[in-house]
Design a protein around this ligand. Structure first.
Ligand SMILES: C[S@@+](CC[C@H](N)C(=O)[O-])C[C@H]1O[C@@H](n2cnc3c(N)ncnc32)[C@H](O)[C@@H]1O
Length: 220
């Protein structure tokens, strides 16, 4: 994981820096992420919410944002004041979410999954706080196919932007990871060839084995 102090230090510059690091694509991508919002999802959680790219824009009855960095949350709070928004912000670690089981209808996880070497554990914890049938939307870096993009990701991004803390997945890797912990992947897009946008649904435990069986039958 990137040392928390890194985000504490850059909090005031995070938005313009991200615009540059994501080569100007983040604004358009953010709108695409928000298109996943389902009108029937009143309770939304934004994990690793940072300065509020999602928690500041998603239109739901109740939006909760959680992040480890207080300075990032302060920037988020200031922006909310300016935009007339009122998400509930919590300072905490997503590896042990301070929420009840089966609480949220939708969870967003943007530009942060690559920070976690133990993503399987993180997503299992996220699954715990989601209602059955709730939607998870992840937007993150991914392992590109194009050799030049691969080089860019594993040099500039790895050493400069991510401070050597970067774990990224292929589309197949996402599918296996999610299926292994009780999600059904619904879609995977790769905007601009440098990132992945994944949506998945929480499958209730009593459906997991049935879906595994169906997949096995389809593959034979
Ligand atoms: C690259 S920023 C992404 C912020 C935001 N989601 C976005 O789309 O711009 C990563 C965020 O993850 C937060 N973070 C890292 N590890 C965390 C953890 N274990 N628990 C909660 N937040 C964490 C950092 O403080 C930082 O705000």
């Amino acid at each position: 994981m990137t040392p928390p102090v890194f985000f504490d230090k850059i909090a005031n510059y995070y938005d313009p820096l991200t615009h540059v690091y994501m080569l100007g694509t983040y604004e358009a991508v953010r709108r695409r992420v928000l298109n996943f919002h389902r009108a029937e999802s009143p309770e939304v959680l934004d994990i690793c919410c940072g300065t509020g790219y999602i928690s500041n824009s998603v239109r739901a009855d109740r939006v909760v944002g959680i992040d480890l960095s207080m300075p990032m949350l302060r920037v988020n709070q200031r922006k909310q004041g300016r935009n007339g928004r009122s998400a509930h912000l919590t300072n905490g670690d997503i590896r042990a979410l301070p929420f009840h089981d089966a609480h949220f209808d939708e969870v967003y996880f943007t530009l942060a999954a690559h920070e976690f070497p133990d993503l399987r554990h993180v997503l299992s914890e996220v699954r715990r706080v989601m209602k059955p049938g709730a939607q998870l939307v992840v937007y993150d870096l991914y392992e590109p196919r194009h050799p030049l993009l691969k080089l860019f990701l594993h040099t500039f991004f790895y050493y400069v932007v991510e401070q050597r803390c970067m774990w990224v997945y292929t589309p197949d890797g996402w599918q296996k990871l999610l299926a292994g912990i009780g999600f059904r992947m619904e879609s995977l897009e790769t905007p601009y060839g440098i990132s992945a946008m994944v949506s998945a649904v929480k499958i209730p435990f009593n459906r997991i084995n049935a879906e595994r069986e169906e997949r096995r039958e389809l593959n034979t």
